[in-house]
Design a protein around this ligand. Structure first.
Ligand code: GDP
Ligand code: MG
Length: 437
């Protein structure tokens, strides 16, 4: 699967200190393949990898990071950028604000209309009205009524009226007269783009001048989504995209393709059939999803933020001079903790997530250790060899631990000091690994 492929792509770069034309080529090939697997349009995937390549070449790789990891960060940043940077909201400035739904039949317009009404309703200041303009199937009008009842939102429909423009206009009048400040117009769709449908929705669009025209698209339709999006955008110049059916395994590559082709923000996603299954679209989360891997990127980011190379160098000197003590130990623990809790950290390592799934890691695995060290005097911390039975007893009492726990920590500390001497050169990175393992 995708995640394995990217893992492989990472390995290809292992051991190189700088990103170069040669070592980047294979990785980019894998990234391109990953995008294609996620249903990203071929041309777009190619353009994308070219952009990443330009940005990647010649970048120095932090000592703590593998070039492959840096590449993944570049890939993710670029993906996020491509999908629209910051999350885009819905324009609700009108009174009433009119929102028009467009899209193919089965894309999820009716469901999303309900979800959006439900979402807005919780905002207290919003009183939404749902409008049934799918006049071809009585079942469709019924479906919207069922949804409306479920969420406690009024549905406007006109039995027997076959003119969606009229229905929509009447609904807006009804809204004005009855204090609704958001009008959500659900429309008819066809199984494929056809002229009659386009003309109809274009007419409704022209007549009611919505603040927001939303194009609803099934994320599972993959490559087809691009053509549909383009056809609707050519006619409606819509304001935003709703990506539905992003539950389950759908990778959502359609998000990238659509954004590249029509250049409109994706505003919400649908993640299930229930009314609550709606989420604001976050490009960075979507990038994670498309890359389909453990969250390497945030691990890389956190490492970049937190890792203090000077600190590491100082530490190495201390180890070399045999001056490593409990204070250093403590600051190392704090370093690790700054990066997140252990479970998070382990989950971010590609491959490890699966293997460690069933292993219990306490979030506060270091609590006792810290308490014990805090109960030591500065002298004891820098020269642990002075710790005799009497001192250990005092420390155990002071830290609320047992003498066994104190002994265990001392043992770990001694082992670690020995190992660190042996692995000199690895510094804090290796130490973190030891503490994690
Ligand atoms: P419309 O023809 O565009 O109005 O589409 P509908 O709203 O009737 O949805 C078509 C089908 O897709 C229905 O069975 C919905 O329950 C389902 N559906 C809509 N949105 C989602 C979603 O986000 N996830 C899942 N799993 N199903 C959805
Ligand atoms: Mg419908």
């Amino acid at each position: 699967n995708l995640s394995d492929k990217l893992d492989k792509a990472l390995h290809l770069l292992k051991g190189h200190g700088k990103i170069t034309e040669v070592n980047v080529a294979d990785t980019l090939k894998e990234v391109r393949r990953a995008l294609l697997d996620a249903d990203v349009n071929f041309k777009i995937a190619k353009e994308f990898t070219n952009t990443v390549k330009e940005k990647a070449l010649g970048q120095d790789v932090l000592t703590t990071l593998q070039p492959g990891q840096l590449m993944v960060k570049l890939v993710k940043d670029e993906l996020t950028e491509l999908m629209g940077g910051d999350a885009a909201g819905i324009n609700l400035s009108g009174n009433p604000s009119v929102i028009l739904m467009s899209g193919l039949q089965g894309s999820g317009k009716t469901t999303f209309s309900g979800k959006l009404a439900n979402f807005l309703k919780t905002k207290k200041t919003k009183k939404p009205l749902l409008v049934a303009c799918d006049i071809y199937r009585p079942a469709a009008i019924n479906q919207l009524h069922v949804v409306g009842e479920q969420i406690g939102v009024e549905v406007y429909s006109e039995e027997g009226n076959k003119n969606p423009v009229e229905i929509a206009q009447n609904a807006i009048k009804h809204a004005k007269a009855n204090g609704f400040n958001v009008v959500i117009v659900d429309t008819a769709g066809r199984l494929a783009v056809d002229e009659q449908m386009m003309t109809e929705i274009a007419n409704v669009h022209k007549a009611i001048q919505p603040q927001e025209t939303l194009f609803v698209v099934d994320a599972m339709t993959g490559q087809d989504a691009v053509n549909t999006a383009k056809a609707f955008n050519d006619r409606l110049n819509f304001d935003g995209v709703i990506l539905t059916k992003l539950d389950g395994d759908t990778r959502g590559g359609a998000a990238i393709s659509i954004k590249s082709v029509v250049n409109k923000p994706i505003k919400f996603i649908g993640t299930g059939e229930k009314m609550e299954a709606i989420d604001v679209f976050y490009p960075n989360r979507m990038a994670d999803r498309i890359l389909g891997m453990g969250d390497v990127v945030s691990l890389v980011e956190r490492a970049q933020e937190q890792y203090d190379e000077d600190e590491a160098r100082k530490l190495q000197k201390k180890i070399a001079k045999n001056e490593f003590g409990f204070d250093d130990f403590l600051s190392q623990i704090q370093q690790v903790k700054k990066m997140g809790n252990m479970k998070d950290l382990v989950g971010m390592i590609p491959g490890a997530g699966k293997a460690m799934k069933d292993v219990e890691i306490e979030d506060d695995a270091f609590k006792h250790i810290e308490a014990i060290i805090h109960s030591m005097t500065p002298d004891e911390r820098s020269k642990p060899s002075v710790l005799d039975a009497k001192r250990k007893n005092r420390i155990a009492k002071g830290s609320g631990t047992s003498i066994q726990q104190v002994n265990q920590l001392l043992k770990q500390f001694n082992q670690m000091s020995k190992m660190m001497k042996m692995m000199q050169g690895g510094g804090a990175k290796n130490m973190m690994r030891m503490m994690g393992g």
